[in-house]
Write a protein that binds this ligand. Structure first.
Ligand code: G4P
Length: 542
């Protein structure tokens, strides 16, 4: 008996729903040096995706998770772009999207967070919440992304666990609900109590730390005998947690209001398996994606996905552009011809790749939550939707509040045409935000970025790809506020301020030198419209 088309559809739907349910797509948000690369390695190690620690680390002599795509990147030893790492763990597929960890990160770092269903907030036990963690957390908060907290480096002297929890609650309003509790102060890490089970896992180092930590399970009685004073102290702290009711609560976790907390040390692989388990058990699987009209596309509907990042010029000889797309619904099959929602034009996917660490391999099928890289994607921009079957378009990925500003001019005025073309292309791709005003003129647009690294990428591409080298003159502004046509002339006349129009969406932005000036301007001009840039109140400067 032959299979009918509708039977095939039902089978596909069931398969897609099943595949989506076993995926966890997440990112690690942290401040540089908190241990993100080390944790990534440890997670991959535990999941046995790689055989020895070091294979996915981006530093020193070790290979990079992200590909080296420009000489500049290699020379500076930093990752300008981010990729996805697929980790198979038991029945689950973990897609770890890499947020560039360098101090001068870029808008891409934020955009990656639009493609995840959960984030791990990684804290250094001695430092607690640090500036970059806070910025990234703000983006998670604006999207109500669930956050699991991992307090790292417990093998080194650090702060009191209760004090760290207090900091999380007081500073960012996220209610911490520890899943496990350390025995032994930071620097004298003995093991972890599982709060739900009440069991104790004693940890001991393995030589070199390159394999799984040795774990020995004990009951409370045994643990009390072995750990003595430290055990008593930990149980007292746990009683306190009981009193304040700091228990895991699924609803508030999924709403981004509470955060399960785990303690550990990524370097000696302490507490990493507990983190993996929590991720699998608690992090949400991909669900029906919301579209731009406020509806939802069923996850098992035909293929759809959104571009969250573009990467250009990977191969100098080909000048190709690659689009990283997160699958929102349906099954992807290489060779499918999709529709580009912005233009209605077809988009062929013959050269699609999966991204695993520094290796790229051609993929045949992929499911919701997976990230695919589309080659020859010159027609695509960040935020674009591709789909098959019924039309869908996802809401654009917001522009983030820029903190760095520079005027760009063509070095050679004879190459103005190329200059204009290049700036327009980089703007459309979302490499940098382009601001203009009548005062400055089209010849001297202001480039606005989240991190100064974005300027380096623009300068490099303008000279290498568009053959229009530029001079960049940095401006002394460090924050921007949205204004309206009525307020604009008044804001522009204020000392130290300037109003420019964002080319991509026509928003009028007031640039200000710093938050102190902003406070004075707000105090003296209560009638002026000066809004933080992201809807949802994300404003990293406030
Ligand atoms: P990042 O990607 O967040 O920037 O951090 P990375 O993993 O590179 O870690 C920063 C430093 O912290 C590294 O030391 C790393 O070994 C150390 N580290 C990470 N996790 C732990 C931990 O759980 N315990 C201890 N004690 N150290 C940890 P480094 O000396 O700067 O670099 P390296 O020479 O070890 O690579």
């Amino acid at each position: 008996m032959s299979t009918t088309a509708s039977e095939t559809d039902t089978k596909t739907s069931a398969e897609v729903a099943e595949e989506a349910a076993r995926r966890r797509t997440f990112a690690v948000i942290s401040h540089p040096d908190a241990g993100k690369s080390t944790l990534t390695e440890a997670l991959a190690l535990h999941a046995a995706a790689i055989t020895s620690a070091g294979a996915v680390h981006g530093k020193g002599s070790r290979r990079g998770v992200t590909s080296d795509w420009m000489e500049m990147e290699q020379a500076r030893g930093i990752s300008i772009t981010s990729a996805a790492l697929r980790i198979d763990y038991g029945d689950c597929v973990l897609n770890l999207l890499d947020t560039p960890g360098h101090a001068d990160f870029s808008e891409d770092t934020y955009r990656v967070l639009s493609a995840v269903d959960c984030a791990i907030m990684l804290l250094d036990s001695a430092k607690g919440l640090e500036p970059q963690t806070l910025k990234l957390f703000d983006v998670c908060r604006s999207r109500n992304t669930p956050v699991i907290t991992f307090v790292n480096k417990w093998d080194r002297p650090g702060r009191e666990p209760l004090e760290l929890l207090d900091e999380i609650e007081q500073r960012i309003g996220l209610r911490p609900t520890p899943l496990n509790w350390p025995v032994g102060i930071a620097g004298d890490f003995r093991g972890l109590i599982d709060r739900a089970e009440g069991s104790y896992t004693k940890l001991s180092r393995t030589p070199g730390g390159a394999t799984r930590a040795l774990e020995e399970r004990m009951d409370a009685e045994q643990a009390a005998e072995v750990e003595g004073e430290e055990w008593v102290q930990a149980t007292e702290e746990l009683e306190l947690l009981e009193e304040i009711g700091a228990h895991f609560d699924e609803e508030s976790f999924l709403a981004g209001q509470s955060s399960p907390v785990l303690f550990g040390a990524a370097l000696p692989n302490f507490g990493v398996s507990q983190l993996l388990e929590a991720l699998v058990r608690l992090a949400p699987a991909p669900h029906d994606p919301a579209d731009a009209r406020g509806g939802r596309r069923p996850i098992s509907a035909p293929f759809s996905g959104q571009v969250f990042k573009m990467q250009a010029n990977m191969d100098k000889a080909h000048r190709d552009r690659m689009a990283f797309l997160r699958i929102a619904s349906g099954r992807f099959e290489r060779g499918m011809v999709l529709t580009h929602a912005a233009t209605g034009k077809p988009f062929a996917t013959k050269y699609t790749q999966a991204v695993f660490g520094s290796e790229r391999s051609t993929i045949e099928t992929a499911y919701p939550g997976d990230v695919i890289a589309l080659v020859n994607a010159a027609a695509l921009s960040v935020g674009d939707t591709l789909y098959a079957g019924p039309k869908v378009e996802f809401a654009p990925i917001p522009s983030f509040s820029p903190e760095h500003f520079a005027v760009a001019r063509a070095k050679d005025s004879g190459r103005y045409k190329q200059f204009q073309r290049g700036i327009a292309q980089l703007d459309a791709e979302g490499v940098v935000q382009v601001l203009t005003s009548d005062v400055r003129g089209e010849q001297a647009p202001v480039l606005a970025a989240v991190g100064p690294l974005q300027f380096d990428v623009v300068a490099h591409r303008m000279s290498e790809e568009f053959n229009a080298p530029i001079d960049l003159a940095h401006l002394e502004y460090s924050l921007a506020r949205r204004t309206d046509a009525d307020s604009a002339p008044k804001a522009h006349a204020l000392s130290g301020c300037e109003v420019l129009k964002r080319r991509s969406d026509g928003e009028l932005l007031v640039l200000l030198p710093n938050k102190y000036r902003l406070r004075v301007v707000e105090r003296d001009n209560p009638d002026l419209v000066l809004e933080p840039l992201l809807a949802g109140g994300v404003d990293t400067d406030a």
